[in-house]
Design a protein around this ligand. Structure first.
Ligand code: 5GP
Ligand code: SF4
Ligand code: MG
Length: 455
Protein backbone atom coordinates (compact mmCIF):
# COMPACT_ATOMS: atom_id res chain seq x y z
CA UNK A 1 0.00 0.00 0.00
CA UNK A 2 0.93 3.64 -0.23
CA UNK A 3 0.31 6.18 2.53
CA UNK A 4 0.60 9.95 2.61
CA UNK A 5 -0.07 12.52 5.34
CA UNK A 6 0.02 16.32 5.68
CA UNK A 7 0.01 18.57 8.73
CA UNK A 8 -0.33 22.32 8.66
CA UNK A 9 -1.20 23.19 5.07
CA UNK A 10 -4.35 24.99 3.86
CA UNK A 11 -4.52 22.66 0.87
CA UNK A 12 -3.97 19.46 2.88
CA UNK A 13 -6.46 17.24 1.04
CA UNK A 14 -5.18 18.42 -2.33
CA UNK A 15 -1.60 17.58 -1.36
CA UNK A 16 -2.67 14.13 -0.16
CA UNK A 17 -4.46 13.59 -3.47
CA UNK A 18 -1.25 14.41 -5.37
CA UNK A 19 0.82 12.29 -3.01
CA UNK A 20 -1.46 9.30 -3.50
CA UNK A 21 -1.34 9.84 -7.24
CA UNK A 22 2.47 9.55 -7.13
CA UNK A 23 2.16 6.43 -4.98
CA UNK A 24 -0.42 4.73 -7.20
CA UNK A 25 2.03 1.92 -8.05
CA UNK A 26 1.84 0.76 -4.41
CA UNK A 27 -1.85 -0.13 -4.65
CA UNK A 28 -4.58 0.11 -7.25
CA UNK A 29 -7.59 -1.48 -5.57
CA UNK A 30 -8.95 1.55 -3.81
CA UNK A 31 -8.01 4.83 -2.17
CA UNK A 32 -9.20 7.17 0.52
CA UNK A 33 -8.46 10.51 2.14
CA UNK A 34 -9.47 11.58 5.64
CA UNK A 35 -9.06 15.21 6.73
CA UNK A 36 -9.57 17.02 10.00
CA UNK A 37 -10.60 20.66 10.28
CA UNK A 38 -9.55 20.72 13.91
CA UNK A 39 -12.84 19.38 15.21
CA UNK A 40 -14.63 17.35 12.54
CA UNK A 41 -13.29 14.49 10.43
CA UNK A 42 -14.13 14.19 6.74
CA UNK A 43 -13.69 10.97 4.78
CA UNK A 44 -13.89 10.14 1.09
CA UNK A 45 -12.96 6.69 -0.19
CA UNK A 46 -13.78 4.35 -3.05
CA UNK A 47 -12.67 1.32 -5.00
CA UNK A 48 -10.55 2.26 -8.01
CA UNK A 49 -7.67 4.52 -9.01
CA UNK A 50 -6.80 7.82 -7.32
CA UNK A 51 -7.41 9.98 -10.39
CA UNK A 52 -10.84 8.42 -10.99
CA UNK A 53 -11.95 8.59 -7.36
CA UNK A 54 -11.05 12.14 -6.41
CA UNK A 55 -13.02 14.65 -8.39
CA UNK A 56 -12.72 18.33 -7.51
CA UNK A 57 -16.07 18.05 -5.77
CA UNK A 58 -14.90 15.24 -3.52
CA UNK A 59 -11.67 17.01 -2.59
CA UNK A 60 -13.71 20.09 -1.66
CA UNK A 61 -15.56 17.88 0.81
CA UNK A 62 -12.26 17.38 2.67
CA UNK A 63 -11.58 20.69 4.46
CA UNK A 64 -8.88 21.23 7.06
CA UNK A 65 -5.14 21.74 7.28
CA UNK A 66 -4.33 18.11 8.05
CA UNK A 67 -5.15 14.91 6.22
CA UNK A 68 -4.00 11.36 5.63
CA UNK A 69 -4.53 9.11 2.61
CA UNK A 70 -4.10 5.51 1.57
CA UNK A 71 -3.79 3.44 -1.63
CA UNK A 72 -4.95 -0.09 -1.08
CA UNK A 73 -3.20 -3.23 -2.31
CA UNK A 74 -4.70 -6.09 -0.42
CA UNK A 75 -2.47 -8.65 1.25
CA UNK A 76 -4.74 -9.46 4.18
CA UNK A 77 -8.49 -9.38 4.51
CA UNK A 78 -9.41 -9.19 0.83
CA UNK A 79 -11.01 -6.42 -1.19
CA UNK A 80 -14.19 -4.39 -0.98
CA UNK A 81 -14.97 -0.83 0.03
CA UNK A 82 -15.10 -1.73 3.72
CA UNK A 83 -11.37 -2.50 3.62
CA UNK A 84 -10.38 0.71 1.85
CA UNK A 85 -8.55 3.02 4.25
CA UNK A 86 -8.27 5.36 6.10
CA UNK A 87 -10.38 3.61 8.74
CA UNK A 88 -11.93 6.02 11.23
CA UNK A 89 -13.15 5.25 14.75
CA UNK A 90 -14.62 7.12 17.69
CA UNK A 91 -13.29 6.11 21.07
CA UNK A 92 -13.12 7.41 24.64
CA UNK A 93 -10.58 10.13 23.83
CA UNK A 94 -12.13 11.41 20.60
CA UNK A 95 -11.74 10.33 16.99
CA UNK A 96 -8.81 8.63 15.28
CA UNK A 97 -8.12 7.64 11.66
CA UNK A 98 -5.51 5.12 10.54
CA UNK A 99 -3.68 4.38 7.27
CA UNK A 100 -1.47 1.29 7.23
CA UNK A 101 1.17 -0.08 4.87
CA UNK A 102 2.36 -3.55 5.79
CA UNK A 103 0.88 -6.69 7.22
CA UNK A 104 0.40 -7.87 10.78
CA UNK A 105 1.19 -11.52 11.34
CA UNK A 106 -0.76 -11.97 14.59
CA UNK A 107 -3.87 -10.01 13.57
CA UNK A 108 -6.11 -13.03 13.28
CA UNK A 109 -5.35 -14.24 16.77
CA UNK A 110 -5.80 -10.75 18.22
CA UNK A 111 -9.05 -10.35 16.32
CA UNK A 112 -10.39 -13.64 17.68
CA UNK A 113 -9.53 -12.55 21.20
CA UNK A 114 -11.12 -9.13 20.71
CA UNK A 115 -14.29 -10.64 19.22
CA UNK A 116 -14.58 -13.15 22.03
CA UNK A 117 -14.42 -10.14 24.29
CA UNK A 118 -17.29 -8.43 22.47
CA UNK A 119 -15.59 -6.29 19.83
CA UNK A 120 -17.45 -5.77 16.55
CA UNK A 121 -15.27 -5.39 13.46
CA UNK A 122 -16.33 -3.23 10.52
CA UNK A 123 -13.76 -4.56 8.07
CA UNK A 124 -11.78 -7.72 7.45
CA UNK A 125 -8.44 -5.92 7.22
CA UNK A 126 -5.70 -6.54 9.78
CA UNK A 127 -5.33 -2.78 10.35
CA UNK A 128 -8.63 -2.46 12.20
CA UNK A 129 -7.17 -4.56 15.03
CA UNK A 130 -4.90 -1.63 15.89
CA UNK A 131 -7.90 0.70 16.27
CA UNK A 132 -9.62 -1.75 18.61
CA UNK A 133 -6.50 -2.09 20.72
CA UNK A 134 -6.24 1.70 20.99
CA UNK A 135 -9.91 1.99 21.93
CA UNK A 136 -9.56 -0.63 24.65
CA UNK A 137 -6.39 0.70 26.20
CA UNK A 138 -6.80 2.16 29.68
CA UNK A 139 -4.07 4.78 29.19
CA UNK A 140 -5.36 8.35 29.45
CA UNK A 141 -2.99 9.73 26.82
CA UNK A 142 -3.60 8.83 23.16
CA UNK A 143 0.12 8.47 22.42
CA UNK A 144 0.49 5.94 25.22
CA UNK A 145 -2.54 4.14 23.89
CA UNK A 146 -1.02 3.85 20.43
CA UNK A 147 2.28 2.66 21.90
CA UNK A 148 0.50 0.08 24.04
CA UNK A 149 -1.54 -1.17 21.07
CA UNK A 150 1.57 -1.53 18.94
CA UNK A 151 3.39 -3.47 21.63
CA UNK A 152 0.88 -6.29 21.16
CA UNK A 153 0.93 -6.42 17.37
CA UNK A 154 3.64 -8.16 15.41
CA UNK A 155 4.60 -7.73 11.79
CA UNK A 156 5.26 -4.96 9.32
CA UNK A 157 3.65 -1.57 9.70
CA UNK A 158 4.28 1.91 8.47
CA UNK A 159 1.38 3.84 9.97
CA UNK A 160 -0.26 7.22 9.83
CA UNK A 161 -2.81 8.31 12.43
CA UNK A 162 -4.89 11.44 12.26
CA UNK A 163 -6.35 12.92 15.44
CA UNK A 164 -8.47 16.07 15.69
CA UNK A 165 -5.45 18.32 15.78
CA UNK A 166 -2.38 16.22 15.05
CA UNK A 167 -0.71 13.80 12.69
CA UNK A 168 1.17 10.78 14.02
CA UNK A 169 3.51 8.47 12.08
CA UNK A 170 4.94 5.19 13.35
CA UNK A 171 7.21 2.58 11.79
CA UNK A 172 7.51 -0.98 13.10
CA UNK A 173 10.67 -1.83 15.07
CA UNK A 174 12.30 -3.54 12.08
CA UNK A 175 11.33 -0.84 9.57
CA UNK A 176 10.13 -3.34 6.96
CA UNK A 177 8.24 -0.81 4.82
CA UNK A 178 9.63 2.63 3.99
CA UNK A 179 8.25 5.87 5.47
CA UNK A 180 9.78 9.29 4.98
CA UNK A 181 9.33 12.80 6.35
CA UNK A 182 9.34 15.88 4.16
CA UNK A 183 8.54 19.56 4.34
CA UNK A 184 6.76 21.95 2.01
CA UNK A 185 5.73 25.58 2.64
CA UNK A 186 6.48 25.08 6.33
CA UNK A 187 4.09 22.10 6.50
CA UNK A 188 5.17 18.56 7.32
CA UNK A 189 4.41 15.71 4.93
CA UNK A 190 4.92 12.00 5.41
CA UNK A 191 5.01 9.50 2.55
CA UNK A 192 5.73 5.87 1.78
CA UNK A 193 8.17 7.02 -0.88
CA UNK A 194 9.92 10.25 -1.73
CA UNK A 195 8.61 10.32 -5.33
CA UNK A 196 5.47 11.75 -3.69
CA UNK A 197 7.52 14.65 -2.26
CA UNK A 198 8.90 15.54 -5.68
CA UNK A 199 5.44 15.97 -7.15
CA UNK A 200 4.39 18.53 -4.51
CA UNK A 201 7.78 20.23 -4.30
CA UNK A 202 8.51 19.00 -0.78
CA UNK A 203 12.00 18.54 0.57
CA UNK A 204 12.96 15.07 1.87
CA UNK A 205 14.21 15.47 5.44
CA UNK A 206 14.66 11.97 6.81
CA UNK A 207 12.95 8.60 7.37
CA UNK A 208 10.72 7.77 10.30
CA UNK A 209 13.08 5.45 12.19
CA UNK A 210 12.19 1.85 13.01
CA UNK A 211 10.34 1.87 16.35
CA UNK A 212 9.88 5.65 16.27
CA UNK A 213 6.67 7.60 16.75
CA UNK A 214 6.64 11.05 15.16
CA UNK A 215 4.01 13.43 16.50
CA UNK A 216 3.29 16.56 14.50
CA UNK A 217 1.05 19.24 15.97
CA UNK A 218 1.06 22.99 16.84
CA UNK A 219 4.26 22.37 18.84
CA UNK A 220 6.06 21.18 15.72
CA UNK A 221 7.59 17.75 15.25
CA UNK A 222 8.28 15.59 18.24
CA UNK A 223 10.00 12.20 18.17
CA UNK A 224 9.40 9.39 20.66
CA UNK A 225 11.00 5.96 20.64
CA UNK A 226 8.09 3.69 21.49
CA UNK A 227 9.41 0.31 20.45
CA UNK A 228 12.83 -1.20 20.86
CA UNK A 229 14.51 -1.96 17.54
CA UNK A 230 16.69 -5.04 18.04
CA UNK A 231 17.32 -5.67 14.39
CA UNK A 232 16.24 -4.01 11.19
CA UNK A 233 14.56 -5.79 8.29
CA UNK A 234 14.13 -3.34 5.42
CA UNK A 235 12.35 -5.11 2.56
CA UNK A 236 14.85 -5.79 -0.22
CA UNK A 237 11.97 -6.35 -2.64
CA UNK A 238 11.19 -2.64 -2.44
CA UNK A 239 14.46 -2.14 -4.35
CA UNK A 240 13.84 -5.02 -6.73
CA UNK A 241 10.25 -4.34 -7.73
CA UNK A 242 7.89 -2.48 -5.46
CA UNK A 243 9.18 1.07 -5.02
CA UNK A 244 9.42 3.56 -7.87
CA UNK A 245 12.94 3.98 -9.30
CA UNK A 246 12.88 7.75 -8.72
CA UNK A 247 12.33 7.27 -4.97
CA UNK A 248 14.95 7.38 -2.22
CA UNK A 249 14.15 4.88 0.50
CA UNK A 250 15.80 3.30 3.55
CA UNK A 251 17.98 6.26 4.49
CA UNK A 252 18.35 8.07 1.18
CA UNK A 253 19.19 5.15 -1.13
CA UNK A 254 18.16 5.70 -4.76
CA UNK A 255 16.00 2.80 -6.00
CA UNK A 256 17.07 3.31 -9.61
CA UNK A 257 20.76 3.11 -8.68
CA UNK A 258 20.17 -0.15 -6.81
CA UNK A 259 18.30 -1.67 -9.74
CA UNK A 260 21.01 -0.70 -12.20
CA UNK A 261 23.64 -2.18 -9.90
CA UNK A 262 21.63 -5.41 -9.63
CA UNK A 263 21.70 -5.54 -13.43
CA UNK A 264 25.47 -4.93 -13.58
CA UNK A 265 26.05 -7.64 -10.98
CA UNK A 266 23.80 -10.02 -12.89
CA UNK A 267 25.87 -9.39 -16.03
CA UNK A 268 29.06 -10.09 -14.05
CA UNK A 269 27.57 -13.38 -12.98
CA UNK A 270 25.86 -14.59 -16.14
CA UNK A 271 26.74 -12.70 -19.30
CA UNK A 272 26.13 -14.57 -22.58
CA UNK A 273 26.88 -13.72 -26.15
CA UNK A 274 23.96 -11.68 -27.54
CA UNK A 275 22.99 -9.03 -30.09
CA UNK A 276 20.63 -7.06 -27.86
CA UNK A 277 19.52 -6.60 -24.25
CA UNK A 278 15.84 -5.79 -23.73
CA UNK A 279 13.90 -5.17 -20.51
CA UNK A 280 10.50 -6.45 -19.57
CA UNK A 281 8.95 -3.02 -18.97
CA UNK A 282 8.62 -1.32 -16.61
CA UNK A 283 10.09 -3.27 -13.75
CA UNK A 284 13.07 -4.65 -15.70
CA UNK A 285 14.22 -1.36 -17.26
CA UNK A 286 16.93 -0.04 -14.89
CA UNK A 287 18.42 -3.51 -14.38
CA UNK A 288 18.52 -4.13 -18.14
CA UNK A 289 20.37 -0.84 -18.63
CA UNK A 290 22.91 -1.86 -15.98
CA UNK A 291 23.23 -5.30 -17.54
CA UNK A 292 23.85 -3.91 -21.03
CA UNK A 293 26.32 -1.32 -19.71
CA UNK A 294 28.40 -3.92 -17.96
CA UNK A 295 28.23 -6.38 -20.85
CA UNK A 296 28.91 -3.62 -23.44
CA UNK A 297 25.87 -4.82 -25.33
CA UNK A 298 23.29 -2.94 -27.34
CA UNK A 299 20.21 -1.93 -25.30
CA UNK A 300 16.79 -1.25 -26.73
CA UNK A 301 13.09 -1.46 -25.97
CA UNK A 302 12.18 -4.70 -27.69
CA UNK A 303 8.92 -5.05 -25.81
CA UNK A 304 6.40 -2.23 -25.80
CA UNK A 305 4.02 -1.89 -22.92
CA UNK A 306 0.50 -0.56 -23.12
CA UNK A 307 0.29 1.90 -20.24
CA UNK A 308 -3.46 2.29 -20.28
CA UNK A 309 -4.55 -1.09 -18.98
CA UNK A 310 -6.57 -0.61 -15.87
CA UNK A 311 -8.58 -3.06 -13.92
CA UNK A 312 -11.51 -1.98 -16.01
CA UNK A 313 -10.21 -3.57 -19.22
CA UNK A 314 -12.87 -5.91 -20.50
CA UNK A 315 -11.83 -8.72 -22.80
CA UNK A 316 -14.36 -9.21 -25.56
CA UNK A 317 -16.24 -12.48 -25.04
CA UNK A 318 -14.40 -15.70 -25.89
CA UNK A 319 -15.55 -15.25 -29.45
CA UNK A 320 -12.35 -13.37 -30.23
CA UNK A 321 -9.60 -14.97 -28.18
CA UNK A 322 -7.84 -14.97 -24.85
CA UNK A 323 -5.33 -12.13 -24.96
CA UNK A 324 -3.11 -13.06 -22.01
CA UNK A 325 0.09 -11.07 -21.79
CA UNK A 326 -0.50 -9.57 -25.26
CA UNK A 327 -2.82 -7.00 -23.77
CA UNK A 328 0.13 -5.61 -21.89
CA UNK A 329 3.21 -6.30 -24.03
CA UNK A 330 4.06 -6.55 -27.70
CA UNK A 331 7.49 -7.19 -29.29
CA UNK A 332 9.19 -4.92 -31.82
CA UNK A 333 9.95 -7.39 -34.58
CA UNK A 334 12.46 -5.13 -36.31
CA UNK A 335 14.71 -5.19 -33.25
CA UNK A 336 14.41 -8.89 -32.49
CA UNK A 337 14.19 -10.80 -35.77
CA UNK A 338 16.96 -13.42 -36.04
CA UNK A 339 18.73 -11.90 -33.02
CA UNK A 340 20.21 -13.44 -29.91
CA UNK A 341 18.20 -11.66 -27.25
CA UNK A 342 18.84 -11.19 -23.54
CA UNK A 343 15.60 -10.39 -21.69
CA UNK A 344 15.91 -8.82 -18.24
CA UNK A 345 13.08 -8.96 -15.71
CA UNK A 346 12.90 -8.28 -11.99
CA UNK A 347 11.52 -11.57 -10.69
CA UNK A 348 9.80 -14.83 -11.55
CA UNK A 349 6.88 -15.63 -9.29
CA UNK A 350 4.76 -18.37 -10.83
CA UNK A 351 6.65 -18.44 -14.11
CA UNK A 352 3.58 -18.02 -16.25
CA UNK A 353 4.39 -14.48 -17.40
CA UNK A 354 7.98 -15.37 -18.28
CA UNK A 355 6.80 -18.35 -20.30
CA UNK A 356 4.46 -16.19 -22.35
CA UNK A 357 7.10 -13.51 -22.84
CA UNK A 358 9.70 -15.97 -24.10
CA UNK A 359 7.18 -17.49 -26.49
CA UNK A 360 6.18 -14.06 -27.77
CA UNK A 361 9.76 -12.91 -28.32
CA UNK A 362 10.47 -16.07 -30.29
CA UNK A 363 7.23 -16.42 -32.25
CA UNK A 364 6.11 -12.85 -32.84
CA UNK A 365 9.49 -11.15 -32.49
CA UNK A 366 11.33 -13.79 -34.51
CA UNK A 367 14.29 -14.01 -32.09
CA UNK A 368 16.85 -16.75 -32.72
CA UNK A 369 17.83 -17.21 -29.07
CA UNK A 370 16.14 -16.01 -25.86
CA UNK A 371 18.23 -15.70 -22.72
CA UNK A 372 16.25 -14.81 -19.60
CA UNK A 373 18.06 -12.88 -16.87
CA UNK A 374 16.34 -12.20 -13.55
CA UNK A 375 17.74 -9.44 -11.35
CA UNK A 376 16.73 -11.09 -8.07
CA UNK A 377 17.43 -14.52 -6.61
CA UNK A 378 14.79 -17.26 -7.10
CA UNK A 379 11.60 -16.45 -5.15
CA UNK A 380 11.34 -19.43 -2.82
CA UNK A 381 9.12 -18.15 -0.01
CA UNK A 382 5.92 -16.15 0.36
CA UNK A 383 5.95 -12.71 1.96
CA UNK A 384 4.01 -12.21 5.18
CA UNK A 385 5.00 -8.59 5.59
CA UNK A 386 2.94 -6.68 3.06
CA UNK A 387 3.79 -7.92 -0.44
CA UNK A 388 1.10 -9.98 -2.09
CA UNK A 389 2.91 -13.17 -3.10
CA UNK A 390 1.07 -16.42 -3.77
CA UNK A 391 1.43 -19.49 -1.54
CA UNK A 392 4.69 -21.38 -1.44
CA UNK A 393 3.31 -24.11 -3.71
CA UNK A 394 2.59 -21.58 -6.43
CA UNK A 395 6.12 -20.16 -6.36
CA UNK A 396 7.82 -22.09 -9.10
CA UNK A 397 11.29 -21.75 -7.56
CA UNK A 398 10.18 -23.24 -4.22
CA UNK A 399 9.99 -26.68 -5.80
CA UNK A 400 12.02 -26.47 -9.01
CA UNK A 401 15.69 -25.97 -9.76
CA UNK A 402 16.73 -23.32 -12.28
CA UNK A 403 17.17 -25.83 -15.11
CA UNK A 404 13.59 -27.06 -14.63
CA UNK A 405 12.31 -23.48 -14.64
CA UNK A 406 14.32 -22.77 -17.79
CA UNK A 407 12.63 -25.70 -19.52
CA UNK A 408 9.22 -24.58 -18.29
CA UNK A 409 9.60 -21.03 -19.61
CA UNK A 410 11.27 -22.44 -22.79
CA UNK A 411 14.27 -20.07 -22.65
CA UNK A 412 17.63 -21.03 -24.14
CA UNK A 413 19.30 -20.05 -20.88
CA UNK A 414 18.04 -18.73 -17.55
CA UNK A 415 20.05 -17.11 -14.76
CA UNK A 416 19.07 -15.38 -11.55
CA UNK A 417 21.07 -12.88 -9.51
CA UNK A 418 22.80 -14.74 -6.69
CA UNK A 419 21.85 -13.94 -3.11
CA UNK A 420 25.53 -13.13 -2.44
CA UNK A 421 25.52 -10.82 -5.46
CA UNK A 422 22.38 -9.09 -4.21
CA UNK A 423 23.87 -8.62 -0.76
CA UNK A 424 27.12 -7.29 -2.21
CA UNK A 425 25.18 -4.38 -3.74
CA UNK A 426 22.99 -3.17 -0.87
CA UNK A 427 24.70 -1.21 1.90
CA UNK A 428 24.55 -3.00 5.28
CA UNK A 429 22.75 -6.11 3.99
CA UNK A 430 22.34 -7.39 7.55
CA UNK A 431 19.68 -4.67 7.96
CA UNK A 432 17.47 -6.18 5.26
CA UNK A 433 14.79 -8.82 5.00
CA UNK A 434 15.54 -11.29 2.20
CA UNK A 435 13.09 -13.97 3.37
CA UNK A 436 11.36 -14.54 0.05
CA UNK A 437 14.78 -15.44 -1.38
CA UNK A 438 16.34 -17.39 1.50
CA UNK A 439 13.46 -18.33 3.85
CA UNK A 440 15.17 -16.42 6.62
CA UNK A 441 12.08 -14.76 8.16
CA UNK A 442 13.08 -11.93 10.50
CA UNK A 443 9.79 -11.61 12.39
CA UNK A 444 8.90 -14.53 14.63
CA UNK A 445 5.66 -16.24 13.73
CA UNK A 446 2.99 -17.03 16.26
CA UNK A 447 2.15 -20.75 16.51
CA UNK A 448 -1.05 -20.50 14.50
CA UNK A 449 0.80 -19.01 11.53
CA UNK A 450 3.47 -21.69 11.35
CA UNK A 451 1.14 -24.00 9.46
CA UNK A 452 0.64 -21.32 6.85
CA UNK A 453 4.40 -21.07 6.45
CA UNK A 454 4.33 -24.56 5.03
CA UNK A 455 1.78 -23.59 2.39
P1 5GP B 1 5.05 -14.66 -12.93
O1 5GP B 1 6.39 -15.27 -12.84
O2 5GP B 1 4.22 -14.99 -11.70
O3 5GP B 1 4.27 -15.06 -14.12
O4 5GP B 1 5.17 -13.08 -12.96
C1 5GP B 1 6.38 -12.41 -12.77
C2 5GP B 1 6.14 -10.95 -13.06
O5 5GP B 1 5.29 -10.42 -12.07
C3 5GP B 1 7.42 -10.13 -13.04
O6 5GP B 1 7.54 -9.51 -14.28
C4 5GP B 1 7.23 -9.07 -11.98
O7 5GP B 1 7.49 -7.78 -12.50
C5 5GP B 1 5.79 -9.17 -11.60
N1 5GP B 1 5.63 -9.14 -10.15
C6 5GP B 1 6.50 -9.53 -9.21
N2 5GP B 1 6.01 -9.34 -7.99
C7 5GP B 1 4.79 -8.80 -8.14
C8 5GP B 1 3.80 -8.35 -7.22
O8 5GP B 1 3.94 -8.40 -6.01
N3 5GP B 1 2.67 -7.84 -7.79
C9 5GP B 1 2.49 -7.76 -9.14
N4 5GP B 1 1.35 -7.23 -9.59
N5 5GP B 1 3.42 -8.17 -10.01
C10 5GP B 1 4.55 -8.68 -9.52
FE1 SF4 C 1 10.30 -8.01 1.33
FE2 SF4 C 1 10.56 -10.55 0.62
FE3 SF4 C 1 10.95 -9.80 3.15
FE4 SF4 C 1 8.50 -9.74 2.09
S1 SF4 C 1 9.74 -11.56 2.44
S2 SF4 C 1 9.45 -8.17 3.38
S3 SF4 C 1 8.93 -9.16 -0.02
S4 SF4 C 1 12.16 -9.22 1.35
MG1 MG D 1 7.23 -7.17 -14.51
Amino acid sequence: CGIFGVYGHPEAANLVYLGLYALQHRGQEGAGICSSDGAQFHLEKSIGLVADIFTEKRIKRLPGSMAIGHNRYSTAGGGGLKNVQPLVANYALGTIAIAHNGNLINAERLKDELETDGAIFQSTSDSEVILHLIARSKEDNPHYRIAEALRSVSGAYSLLFLRESELIAVRDPMGVRPLSIGQVDGAYVIASETCAFDLIGAEYLRDVEPGEMVIINHNGLQSVRILQSIRKAFCVFEFIYFARPDSYIFNHICVNTMRKEFGRQLAKESLVDADIVIPVPDSGVPAAIGFAEHGKLHFDFGLIRNHYIGRTFIEPKQSIRHFGVKIKLNPVRDLLKDKKVIVVDDSIVRGTTSKKIVKMIREVGGAKEVHMRICSPPTVGPCFYGIDTPTRQELIASSHITEEIRKYITADTLSYLSIEGLKSIIPNPENYCTACFDNNYPIQFPEDRLEQMEL
